[in-house]
Design a protein. Structure first.
Length: 158
């Protein structure tokens, strides 16, 4: 998969079936509740497009006017929430256990437009027995980089 490919942001139903299988294999410890994808995904108008197990998840988001800042573009915290949503799903699909964010750092390069689809591509950097390291990039429909992020997540034990 290469971002230069015309179909990079196209939906791949075959790969999304692999994502569903990974989600169904999540080991939920007693006392935890887990909703995947989370309700916030609907609020953010998230749509999962492609998944390569243990490597990459591509999601599409469209933030409405209710998420705008005074300039009429997406408020940065809501862009970060889109990264967080994608990081969360990729992490549980990768380790098949609940996780908790340790930190997340987002760098903004261009404004994220309101009412236009943009794409979040998250990838696994490394997995240790206790921690998962992910990176993400947000692109507009012209494949211009809007923002990038990194996160570290704790793999929760039973």
């Amino acid at each position: 998969m290469n971002i230069k490919d015309d179909n990079y942001f196209s939906k791949n139903q075959e790969n999304l079936e692999k994502l569903k299988k990974a989600i169904s294999a999540i080991q939920i410890p007693e006392g935890y509740t887990y909703t995947v994808p989370p309700p916030s995904n609907e609020t953010l108008k998230g749509n999962y497009l492609n998944y390569i197990p243990y490597e990459t998840l591509i999601s599409e988001y469209t933030l409405g006017n209710e998420f705008s800042n005074p300039q009429g573009t997406a408020q940065g915290g809501f862009t970060a929430a889109c990264f967080d949503n994608s990081f969360g799903l990729m992490s549980v699909a990768t380790v098949r256990k609940p996780v908790a964010s340790i930190d997340m750092n987002v760098q903004y390069l261009r404004p994220v437009p309101i009412n236009e689809a943009f794409f979040v591509v998250v990838s696994v950097i490394s997995v240790t027995p206790s921690t998962l390291f992910l990176k993400g990039e947000a692109f507009n429909s012209k494949k211009k980089l809007l923002a990038f992020a990194i996160t570290n997540l704790a793999i929760l034990r039973q």
